[in-house]
Structures are given as C-alpha cells and as structure tokens.
Ligand binder design. Structure first.
Ligand code: FAD
Ligand code: FES
Length: 219
C-alpha cells in the first residue's frame, strides 16, 4: 500500500459515468477487485474506487457521480492533482475453471481489469437503461440485459460466478450460486482497517469489509 499524489490524464463521459484516467506513478495496481482511496485534494475526503483498467503508465477508474465525493472526482480535469492510496482489500480469487463475470450498474467498474486478467471470459451485465449500458462497451464478451429483466433471470448454469453490483443483485446471486465470489460495498472512511466504519456481519462475525473484502465468497 502506498499513498501518491498523481495527475489526471483524462476524464471521459460514458453514459452517466466518468472514466477517470490517472498517471500510475510507482503504484502497484493490485489484483482485480482491490481498490484505492481516491481524493480530489482540498475538496472532499477520500472515497473507495475499484481499479477499472491498469496499464503500464496509467490506472483508470469508472465513477458514478452520486454524491459530493464522487461528483468532486468526476469534475477533475486533465492536469489536475489527485491523491491515491492503495491497493487495498482483497480481490477475486482467479483460480477458477469456468469464469462468468456478472455486473450490475456501476458494479461493472472492476470488471474490465478482471476480464483482462482472466483472458476475457463471458460476462453478463445488467443496467437500468440503454444510457447506463454504454459502460458495457468496456467489458469484452458481454451480454447485456436491461430492466425490467435482471441478470439473475438470464444467468446460465455451470459457471464460476464472479460478481459486483448493487446489494439486492448480490443477495439474489448468493441464493442462486452459493459459491459465487461477490464484491460488496460499505461506506469506507480509512480503507485500511483503522476506523471500523465499514464493519459488516460475515458468517455471524463483525468484520471490516476493507480488510476482509470487498470480495467475499458467498458460501
Ligand atoms: C471497495 C469499494 C469499491 C468501490 N468502487 C467504486 C467504483 O469503482 N466506482 C464508483 O462509482 N463507486 C465505487 N464505490 C462506491 C463509492 O465509493 C461511493 O459511491 C462513494 O463513496 C459515495 O460518495 P459520495 O460522497 O459521492 O456520496 P455520499 O453522499 O457519501 O453517498 C450517496 C449515497 O450513497 C450511499 N453510499 C455511499 N457510499 C456507499 C457505499 N460504499 N456503499 C453503499 N452505499 C453507499 C450513501 O448512504 C448515500 O445514500 C466503491 C465502494 C467500495 C466500498
Ligand atoms: S474503512 Fe476504516 S476500517 Fe474499513
């Protein structure tokens, strides 16, 4: 884990989301599903974001501007400073035989990096509209379903499911695929185990999601 002050390279709108590309500096991108705390200096406190792409000289993050922190990040322009801390948490186990990536809404964010690392397996993505579904272009080999259809209605059997999305989607997947690896969310203040702001119950025990997760096996 390192903290670095870096520079924004690009900010591209994709449907309602923003793909923010950042100079990578000396940061290690971590494994798919790990995250960084991103801070627009002087504006708001850091917010957790998954790595969307990792290239030799850049990291990219796909951000949904839903509140003050994410909006401040989405307002950054090329040349602006951005602070990154990470990589943090635990990502997906990659030793799976028949991967199927499943994403819902902004849960698509970590899937491009996961797809590259797994050799571009099939993906099933759910969105609430065509506009939101523009983000599906970032994930190779993706089938898209739009509401009112849910990914759980289109889910083929026989795959190792690796998923990220809204909590109701993850709960429904957990019921259908008990051994799915699911990336969960909780509000995070520090990102590295110091504040207990992200505590969630896992198998009856209170755990810090930033340390134990964000990816947890459902079983
Ligand atoms: C490990 C991890 C990885 C993430 N990766 C991404 C990503 O790649 N792209 C992306 O756009 N977002 C991602 N998020 C979610 C993102 O961090 C939050 O949307 C952001 O912190 C909200 O901050 P805000 O100030 O914009 O909105 P706030 O005003 O803080 O929140 C707006 C609303 O969302 C709720 N909320 C805020 N944070 C969370 C959360 N973490 N879980 C559930 N509800 C929340 C609040 O209760 C409030 O109702 C990730 C979260 C985690 C924990
Ligand atoms: S965010 Fe501080 S302990 Fe997890």
């Amino acid at each position: 884990m390192r903290r670095e002050a870096l520079e924004v390279v690009a900010n591209e709108g994709i449907g309602p989301y923003h793909l923010i590309r950042v100079k990578r500096g000396a940061l290690h991108p971590g494994d798919p599903g790990q995250f960084f705390m991103l801070e627009a200096p002087g504006r708001v406190l850091p917010r957790p974001m998954s790595v969307c792409f990792a290239h030799a000289s850049e990291l990219a993050f796909l951000i949904d501007p839903i509140g003050p922190g994410t909006r401040a990040l989405c307002e950054l322009r090329p040349g602006d400073a951005i602070h990154l801390l990470g990589p943090l948490g635990n990502g997906w186990r990659l030793d799976v035989e028949r991967p199927l990536l499943v994403g819902g809404g902004i849960g698509v964010a970590p899937l491009p990096y996961l797809s590259e690392r797994l050799g571009r397996p099939p993906a099933l993505l759910g969105f609430r509209s065509e506009w939101h579904a523009e983000a599906a272009a970032l994930v190779p080999n993706a089938e898209v379903v739009l509401e009112p259809t849910y990914v759980t209605e289109a889910l083929p059997g026989g795959y190792d499911v690796l998923a990220c999305g809204p909590e109701p989607m993850l709960e429904a997947l957990r019921a259908l695929v008990p051994d799915a690896q699911l990336a969960w969310e909780a509000p995070m203040a520090c990102g590295y185990g110091a504040c207990y702001g992200c505590a969630v119950e896992v198998d009856g025990v209170l755990e810090r999601l930033c340390v134990k997760g964000p990816v947890l096996a459902a079983a």
